[in-house]
Design a protein around this ligand. Sequence first.
Ligand code: MEV
Length: 311
Amino acid sequence: MSTAAKSSRQQSHITSFGPGKVILLGEHGVVYGHPALAAAISRGMRAWGVPAQSTSLKIPDGVSPSQQEALERAFARAAKKTKHPKISVHLESELPLSMGLGSSGALAVAVCRVLIEAQTGQPAKARQVEALAFEMEKEFHGTPSGVDHTTSARGTMVLFKQGKAAEVVASKPVKVLVAMVGPRSSTKQTVGALRERQKKWPARYKRVFEQIGKLVLEGASAVRQGELEALGDVMNMNHGMLNALGLSSPPIEEMVARLRGLGALGAKLTGAGGDGGAVIGLFREPEPSVMKLRAQGIDCFASQLAGPGAL
Ligand code: MEV
């Protein structure tokens, strides 16, 4: 962190963390009303507020001009809803941006907590944060299902379905290796292109989304029973279906094969997919594989998704 950022954080009286997320099962189907199983990861976005004359957001480095515009619009929306508390909001990211790890949802959660606490002087409630962060997410993604920011706000593993309260999935530890595959198109674009294909051939796409929805429920039950092999098998099948929907690419396939070759019980793309993004592998102990991949120059990390000691 820069010295200026460090000193602004020391002056701040409100600090907040929004974890990133991985979708274990069910991305894209969730946009069409099917369930998804998602979990918060240990990396995320930090936000802190420094008293100021007006409401403002300090845009972090590494944000592209189009991301900056969306961020400014999203922040303006949240600031209006919280009646413009006199605070300057600063951000620090531990998450790679635009990799399918929920950076915008994590950012929205971290920022909204700071704004709500500055407005009310009270700790923000999860439901308040979820509602406000959804307003920001709409600016980032157009028609988000809400799975990203809800998972971040809950900070654990959830079974999510649009229009229903997210269900926390109590589970033994589930450990994944998260590998970065490379840059990708925006979630908005990938979701939009799939929507066009789905509009052209609705019956065929509906069948696949329904099958994915069933896998999600089977996967959630495997997680609850601690059956990691079954969960891995469901993840592999889900990946095949995402590929069938046109959401994979040669670099994603190569990474999925690599993780399976290292002994992953299951491996799949996570998040919107498309040309790049992130791939997850389910391992009983991911650390040795993290070491091997890092030695080959691959950007990856391990995260425990549930159970004691997660986050
Ligand atoms: C993105 O993390 C997950 C998608 O299902 C989009 C959404 O749920 O809004 C691809």
